[in-house]
Ligand binder design. Structure first.
Ligand SMILES: [Zn+2]
Length: 1066
């Protein structure tokens, strides 16, 4: 093997490279020569990789690496003693330690799973609750309104929801005993704004009298698999704050999740945070549900896995049957329930059951006893001698006579039963809280339960694990908006704080417009959390509607952010524009190529000091370098502009290293240079099918503490070496044949096809430099293109702990595309995945379930481990994830299907657009002494894993402005660091000088060394803000309806959230 060296015969090589690139990318020779012309030492140099020069040695350290960023630190911080952080980690505990009576994982382990159809014969032989036991029945009229699914959000409002809400209101005004509930603030707001004052007053009275109840109070009924806690909190805040401001009588008391396709215990934590007393849930795997029903454990107190005190317990009721529609909720026999689906008389959409009859004196007794038999059979599955019966379905009661039909036919039945004392039953119209108020005084009856309800199946082997990945483009855009909204909220709040304190005369109209713009962006993000939004399970034109809304909100956030930065920096210019741009919502984010000297603005919203590479693109023929604001040297490298596998020959990238103080705005300069002293160049190699011999050596990226090896022919990842410890990862790229899969269901019809084997000859481009190494591997599979980009950073600090893997998929063939790592980690049958970015859930592979039943949602994190090693995948967008064999971990990247999976959508998913997925792969050593054996455990990410995820989800925001006479400050720090195990969830603007500070305390493992630097000194919250204003603090509950908030504790414990109102004053 010979060391690869710079070749002096550039001319010959350029021709070879040109030919190679032209073949791979279709670029013209002229373009490339243009790139080449800029010299030996100060620009991109391109080398052709010849097979006899196979070895690639780790790039030697350049002198520039020794120089450090001289960014000024604007606050004095002292390192937190390692012991202090170490003392805050959480040791793994057996989950039985949390004292819950029921562990869902134990149930799943013990139950026999048969592929049955629970639609038929739910509970054969079920005996009704004996008449000797009293029974209370609450009839709860509801209408399930999806803010987007088959129709767009506003179309549903126009065609259905307006009429539904008006019908409910008018009916309730005419019938004093009638009650109803409603759940979606996003729709209710539209209706409310159309109502006259009289209607609003009437609604207030109905709510005060308990005849109308707002359940949950969220903007939508959010999906629970793909959603991140930032967006869940945002949608709950949007809903509760709107209600509190506009309809303060409608205080939500009960949670309501009847349609989300699998359920997360994080929602139990959220509901508790928002002051709800109890919650109703519905879609749980039919086998688990059946077991809970038959053991009369459908009511339980849901406890967080990490809580052993019981503080997080919340009374929960799981619906006994498969659906939430009137046809399924009355009892175990749908054929009987359908005979009482009285809305079918008026609504032509419903097929009336042949035995559906109007209630009359002639059939009164027989009809009463028949429905009572169903109610008593349902009560036999519940433990509190009470049931509530949902009356309604998707978009019920659009037609004016529907409610009359229901009321007029039920009323005589209710009266007959109530008057027949020997039946020992009381039936009434009710709300969800009526039911919970009735049963909550029987607390001894309810067990505590801990665990999650993924992965959901409603019948047969129909596991709903497809929607964990469906429509990844919008899932990615969702996270982009979450990050830009969070950043905008933080900057906007801090801008307002300064503005108002300094009593600057401001344009009131402009301020109002900006607040409206921010509110619309929040509402857009909230709308998309709907269980047909982020799930990707809507019609293509609805998917596009969501996408264009997300895109508009993202643009609005960028504008608001830029305005806030200009204000905070007292920038008199108007031209401050983001470096990364999207031309339209279906287009990928790209670099705006810089054409001259500019000032660069880099914003960090991470509440601790971060070290990271930033990247900009400049015109290829220019000699430019990045310097600090006072001309100081910044480590940087120049490299070819290759993104998503495509070379942009007219531009080149400058990667530069920054160290940014916590929550800060920092400036740099991009300036012309003649004599380049500070820059190091990257070297580029291309690998083509014919140029690589079968015996070529592995491609090596990285140096010192992190080294990865790729197969030189296929480009597949082979090993990750971290601080001398090597993990074999043996990457596969696979495509599941899933002709039966649809938007909801993943139904693989056989073993996956390997797209990447040792015989694969992929196109590989390698760039090696002093700051980072990258390899771009382009694969073709039939009509589809997949580009894998591996990046390893050389610098110290948590920014160089991981391998960055971007997977760009342009899927044109049907199937489920996945990345699988087959490691040598002895992980047994375990995998750990996160729930909503907050808690970690342990799962065991179950051979009794088919492949699709062993996939779980990965909103952000998944890992496998043995006693000495943990391998984590951190994702910037949600995916489905599984470990199908010891040492394996795989994520689904994209999916396409012609097939409709029979859950109402009526079509497959074929509107794929090129989508990037971003994964960070983190290998960490576990301490042998700390690590415990296999078993059910509460596990946490490492502190470095948390930090790595934070910067993945919330990268620095880069902008540029033209150079002017005005020089901006080198760095403005807006907030001092939070403790290193705390997260700044949001600084949500409230009004004028007030904002809501939301913090989260991280749970992190003791098993992985806490050796990284953490620059924190204890700071009172009042002193967190660094501008010269005083701050008053007020504990403020998440929901404005609840004055007392148990979660507000000065001593925040791991896994808890806190909410405080911060007011800036003179
Ligand atoms: Zn729904």
């Amino acid at each position: 093997m010979s060391k690869l060296r710079r070749t002096t015969g550039l001319g010959v090589l350029i021709i070879l490279v040109v030919l190679a690139l032209y073949r791979h990318y279709g670029y013209t020779p002229a373009d490339l020569v243009d790139t080449e012309e800029s010299g030996e030492d100060d620009s991109v140099s391109v080398h052709f990789y010849e097979e006899e020069k196979v070895e690639i040695v780790a790039h030697s350290n350049s002198k520039q690496e020794e120089s450090t960023s001289s960014q000024e630190e604007s606050t004095t911080t002292v390192p937190l003693p390692q012991d202090t952080l170490k003392n805050r980690c959480s040791h793994s505990k057996g989950i039985h330690d949390n004292g819950a009576d029921l562990q869902v994982s134990d149930l799943v382990e013990s139950l026999e799973f048969r592929s049955e159809n629970p639609e038929t014969g739910h509970y054969p032989g079920l005996k009704p609750l004996p008449t000797s036991e009293e029974l209370t029945v609450f009839l709860v009229p509801h209408s399930h309104c999806d803010p987007g699914w088959l129709l767009q959000y506003e179309e549903y409002y126009e065609q259905n929801v307006r009429h539904i809400l008006t019908n409910f209101y008018q009916f309730a005004m005419q019938h004093d005993d009638f009650k109803y509930i409603y759940a979606e603030v996003s729709f209710f707001k539209l209706w409310w704004e159309e109502q006259k004052e009289k209607v609003r007053e009437d609604m207030g009275r109905l709510a005060r009298e308990g005849r109308f109840e707002f359940v949950q109070g969220g903007w939508v009924q959010n999906d629970e698999a793909n959603t991140h806690y930032f967006a869940i909190l945002n949608q709950m805040l949007d809903g509760h704050q709107w209600l509190n401001t506009n309809f303060p009588d409608a205080k939500p008391r009960a949670g309501w999740a009847i349609d989300p396709f699998g359920l997360s215990p994080f929602m139990a934590q959220v509901n508790k945070l928002f002051g709800l007393d109890a919650m109703h849930i519905q879609r749980v795997h039919y086998t688990v549900k059946k077991h809970l029903a038959e053991s009369r454990q459908l009511e339980f107190k849901w406890r967080q896995s990490w809580d052993s005190s019981g503080e997080t317990d919340i009374l929960t009721e799981l619906g006994a049957f498969s659906g939430y529609n009137s046809q399924s909720t009355c009892g175990p026999e749908p054929d009987v329930c359908y005979q009482y689906h009285f809305a079918a008389f008026t609504n032509p959409k419903f097929r009336p059951h042949r035995l559906l009859h109007k209630t009359s004196p002639l059939n009164l007794k027989e009809r009463s006893l028949k429905i009572l038999d169903q109610w008593r059979k349902k009560a036999a599955l519940h433990s509190a001698n009470a049931v509530f019966i949902e009356l309604g379905f998707d978009f019920s009661y659009v037609i004016k006579g529907d409610l009359d039909s229901v009321y007029d036919n039920y009323k005589p039945l209710m009266e007959y039963i109530n008057n027949s004392t020997e039946l020992n039953t009381q039936v009434k119209w009710g709300t969800v809280s009526d039911y919970f108020d009735h049963i909550k005084n029987k607390p001894d009856k309810f067990p505590t339960l801990s665990g999650d309800f993924f992965t959901y199946a409603d019948r047969f082997d129909h596991y709903w694990s497809g929607y964990f990945t469906t429509r990844p483009f919008n899932k990615n855009l969702d996270r982009v908006l979450e990050s830009s909204l969070r950043r905008t909220e933080i900057l906007f709040s801090l801008q307002r704080a300064r503005e108002d304190v300094k009593k600057k005369k401001e344009d009131v109209k402009k301020k109002k417009e900006d607040v409206e713009k921010l509110t619309r962006a929040r509402n857009t993000l909230s709308l998309f959390q709907h269980h047909d939004g982020i799930t990707g399970t809507a019609k293509p034109r609805v998917v596009d509607d969501y996408g264009s809304r997300l895109f508009k909100a993202y643009k609005a956030c960028d504008e608001l952010s830029a305005a806030a930065i200009r204000h905070i920096m007292a920038d008199s210019g108007t031209d401050l524009n983001p470096i990364r741009i999207r031309a339209a919502f279906k287009e990928l984010e790209k670099f705006r190529v810089l054409e001259k000297e500019v000032e660069l603005v880099v914003v960090s919203t991470i509440p601790r000091r971060t070290a990271a590479a930033q990247v900009i693109a400049v015109q290829a023929h220019l000699n430019l370098e990045v310097v600090g604001n006072r001309g100081e040297v910044i480590p940087q490298q120049v490299e070819p502009d290759i993104e998503y596998g495509k070379l942009n020959p007219k531009s080149k990238l400058i990667t530069f290293w920054t160290e940014l103080p916590s929550v800060s705005i920092n400036t740099f300069r991009l300036k012309n240079t003649e004599q380049v002293k500070t820059k190091t160049t990257a070297k580029m190699y291309t690998f083509g099918e014919k140029s690589v011999s079968p015996t070529c050596q592995d491609i090596v990226l990285g140096q010192n503490k992190l080294v990865i090896k790729l197969d030189c022919k296929s480009g597949r990842l082979k090993t990750i070496e971290k601080r001398g410890k090597t993990v074999d990862v043996n990457q596969e790229v696979i495509m599941y044949p899933s002709a039966l899969s649809g938007a909801y269901l993943f139904l693989p019809t056989g073993d996956p096809t390997q797209l990447l084997t040792d015989s694969t000859r992929a196109d590989i481009v390698l760039v090696k430099g002093s700051l980072r190494d990258r390899a771009m591997v382009t694969l073709k599979y039939q009509e589809s293109t997949i580009v894998l980009t591996y990046t390893v950073y050389h610098h110290q600090g948590s920014e160089s702990e991981y391998l960055d893997l971007e997977i760009m998929s342009d899927l044109k063939n049907n199937g489920d595309l996945a990345i699988r790592l087959k490691t040598d980690i002895k992980s047994g049958d375990s995998i750990y995945t996160d729930l909503n970015g907050h808690t970690i859930q342990h799962h065991k592979y179950k051979s009794k379930l088919k492949t699709q039943g062993n996939f779980f949602p990965m909103p952000s994190t998944a890992f496998i481990q043995d006693s000495s090693t943990r391998l984590s995948l951190l994702g910037s967008e949600p995916h489905g994830v599984a470990s199908l064999s010891e040492g394996w971990i795989e994520v689904i990247i994209d999916r396409r299907s012609k097939h409709d999976d029979g859950r109402g959508l009526g079509e497959g998913i074929q509107d794929n657009i090129p989508t990037p997925a971003h994964l960070r792969i983190l290998v960490e050593a576990r301490s042998e002494t700390q690590a415990r054996g296999e078993g059910y455990r509460v596990e946490n990410p490492s502190i470095v894993s948390h930090w790595t995820l934070q910067t993945l989800l919330h990268p620095a925001f880069l902008l540029s402005r033209p150079l002017s006479k005005q020089t901006l400050p080198a760095s403005v720090q807006l907030m001092k660091p939070l403790p290193c195990d705390e997260e700044l969830v949001n600084l949500r603007y409230v009004d004028n000088q007030t904002c809501q500070l939301i913090r989260r305390k991280l749970g992190f493992t003791c098993d992985i060394d806490v050796s990284n630097n953490c620059d924190y000194q204890d700071t009172a919250i009042e002193e967190l803000f660094t501008n010269d204003v005083t701050v008053t603090l007020e504990d403020h509950p998440f929901s404005p309806f609840h004055h007392k908030n148990d979660s507000n504790k000065s001593d925040l414990k791991a896994m808890e959230f806190s909410s405080e109102y911060v007011t800036f004053r003179n």
